[in-house]
Design a protein around this ligand. Structure first.
Ligand SMILES: [Zn+2]
Length: 413
């Protein structure tokens, strides 16, 4: 990998990644991990939310992994490779990115403890959406961490933006030219609406879907669901937005087998449990139960929708819902004082990528709150998120309605 000598070179490097993303027709954002001491580029990646199937077909199902933003992937890449590559700790590295991180990526980067340096601002979904470096969406302690470790490169005339941030990121205080800034900003703007629409509109509405509980044992869709989660299609709730005690055993048994005692279920519009997964925090601290659930469901759906067999593609399209028509149920809600909570609500927003059909109760539910927190604190975190999450997605966490489910879980915890 190359060694860089300036903020200009760093932004040029990540801008190239954003160009690769634009050519792939996904969100045009790129990032890199750079060693503060040496300027070495340790890893460079771009967004992979939409992805064509490698080596196959003429028509693709593109929505691949709603969490595959450049920064989130870089954080997981780091924890996969830190030991084998003997990498320095995150506080000696900087994630340089073309675009201000979204809530999911900001939460991921702050959980991991990287320094961050940014070119363009995203005034809709970016964590610094007000350009003030005040981070109103972050919990107070986390806000301080961001102010201590992040920065926004200065931009030369004619844009003329002053450096904003701490001395911690690589090339802190340096200036990039207006051309690099405009490339990183406009390439994202050109991509964002089409990618959001492709993500938000991928799948049949519930009245056209068929019930996967009726799939035969030899169905590839059923087999893929069961391979992902042994509880898939074993539980059905009468009302998909009001799961009862039947959901307690999958949530509890999954949590018991996970490194952190938690799990998240996805229920489809027929009330079927589609997937219930725990986290993989022993591999990466950002691989929480929600991240694993939404990501693995999406990748499974993408894989089936691009299957070489057209009958499998058709079956997947007829039976597998977009998560916006489903219900996510957390065993434990995230702790609203942590960056993981910002990441979690951000990842929920990225999973929806737009309006969610409004219904009562919300399709973002939890059975229990972690100790020392309140439903109000959790709601406040959601209400303070950048405009995309409050105005478009309308993130609204709510406790499950069923006291039977709450009691069944409490008895098993
Ligand atoms: Zn992001």
């Amino acid at each position: 990998m190359s060694t860089l000598n300036s903020a200009q070179e760093a932004v040029d490097t990540v801008a190239n990644q954003a160009i690769y993303a634009a050519l792939q027709q996904t969100f045009a954002v790129g990032g890199a991990i750079i060693n503060n001491a040496s300027g070495e580029v340790i890893a460079a990646l771009h967004n992979n939310v939409l992805m064509p199937f490698p080596g196959g077909g003429t028509t693709y199902f593109l929505p691949h992994d709603p969490t595959a933003h450049g920064e989130r992937q870089l954080v997981d890449w780091y924890f996969e490779n830190a030991q084998p590559l003997n990498l320095p700790p995150p506080n000696q590295l900087t994630v340089v990115t073309t675009l201000d991180p979204c809530a999911m990526c900001a939460g991921s980067l702050l959980t991991a403890g990287f320094n961050v340096a940014v070119s363009a601002i995203d005034d809709y979904a970016g964590i610094n959406y007000n350009s003030q470096f005040t981070f109103p969406s972050l919990p107070p302690q986390v806000r301080q961490q961001a102010q201590n470790t992040w920065g926004y490169y200065a931009i030369a005339a004619p844009v003329s933006r002053a450096w904003q941030g701490s001395n911690s990121p690589v090339f802190a205080g340096q200036t990039i030219d207006s051309a690099a800034y405009f490339l990183t900003s406009s390439i994202f703007s050109a991509s964002v609406n089409t990618v959001r629409e492709a993500s938000n509109n991928s799948g049949l509405p519930p009245d056209q879907l068929q019930n996967p509980a009726n799939l035969p044992a030899n169905s590839k869709v059923r087999q893929a669901l069961t391979a992902l989660s042994p509880f898939a299609l074993t539980v059905q709730s009468a009302n998909p937005r009001d799961p009862g005690a039947e959901l307690a055993p999958p949530l509890l048994k999954t949590a018991q087998q996970s490194p952190v005692f938690n799990s998240v279920a996805l229920i489809d519009p027929f009330g079927n449990l589609l997937v219930c997964l725990g986290g993989a925090e022993n591999q990466s601290p950002i691989r929480t139960a929600f991240m694993e659930t939404t990501r693995n469901y999406a990748v499974m759906r993408w894989t089936l929708m691009n299957d070489p067999d057209p009958a499998v593609r058709a079956e997947a399209g007829q039976y597998l819902t977009h998560p916006k028509y489903g219900t996510f149920v957390f065993l434990y809600a995230p702790d609203p004082t942590t960056p993981q909570a910002v990441m979690t609500f951000g990842a929920y927003g990225s999973t929806m990528e737009g309006a969610v059909p409004q219904s009562y109760p919300s399709n973002l539910q939890y059975v229990l709150l972690p100790g020392n927190t309140t439903a109000q604190a959790l709601s406040e975190l959601a209400q303070n998120l950048p405009p995309f999450y409050t105005q478009s997605v309308q993130v609204a966490p709510a406790q499950v309605l069923s006291q039977d489910l709450i009691n069944a879980v409490k008895n098993g915890v």
